[in-house]
Design a protein around this ligand. Sequence first.
Ligand code: 13P
Ligand code: SF4
Length: 309
Amino acid sequence: MRTFLDSDGMVARINELRSEKNAVILTHNYQLAEVQDIADFVGDSLELSIKAARTTADVIVFCGVRFMAETAYILSPDKTVLLPSLESGCPMADMAEAPDLERFKKKHPGAIVVTYINSSAEVKALSDICVTSANAAEIVASLPKDGKIIFVPDMNLGSYVQKVTGRDMILWQGFCPTHMRIRAEDLKRRIAEFPDAKVIVHPESRPDVINLADEALSTGGMLKFARLTDARQIIVATEVGMIYRLSKESPDKQFIPVSEQAVCPNMKMHRLETVLHSLETMTHNIEIPEEIRVAAAKPITKMLQGLQS
Ligand code: 13P
Ligand code: SF4
């Protein structure tokens, strides 16, 4: 019979299994505090894919949403990639399906397909290059000037990149339900309450929210901004898990969430219990059929190589 373990007991057992199985726990910035605290590395989508590509561990326990674990497997197919809670999907990624993208590409022949990493492996496999919120503007600006660009699936990130780069872009109409809950009225109220605060927003936010910000940044970019700014108060428009992460790294600053409603339920499915269960049973194993994996690896590798050069 399995004995009941309290939090300390679960952490101790996770640590034993982590070293026995040569596992690494990669965790996204929006995860619950208890999951961030046991991670080997906490980061944004770009930082996590770089870690997954470079790790020497045999097992990657991915505490994020499914597309992130898929990206880890696509880049490191010789590793066992585990997603502790199989239901942890990304609704935005589900808004673009491969057959629809195939039809869309036929309607716009010759267009370059730029795909946000928040997408399925099948959609990546149909794409020319991937981007994350940390590098989307830089990568789009580096593409040939005369070509049309299809941007999939986030219309908000796409319209932000279009504005920054001035490029001719056709936007897929996907969105993040969590970031859509953040309203410009809520942000204006916060700005009135904290007039000296700096405002940082995630580019998955609505355009009228982004327009009110000092900076639109990936979650990793937000952490860097918080470390470097002289401001003592920072208003943050993104998923609320970010407040724990920011406060832990910059404890001398005050972080003010725009909306407590901005919760991504999918990101909150992993717990100490599910991470422990995942390591004990080696579930849930994320794999992609080889033909799709190879095709999906190309646009991701192109993104990572472009960043190195
Ligand atoms: P970051 O890459 O900025 O962490 O964003 C991932 C995400 O899913 C935001 O909703
Ligand atoms: Fe997807 Fe939005 Fe959740 Fe990020 S916050 S994982 S984009 S649903």
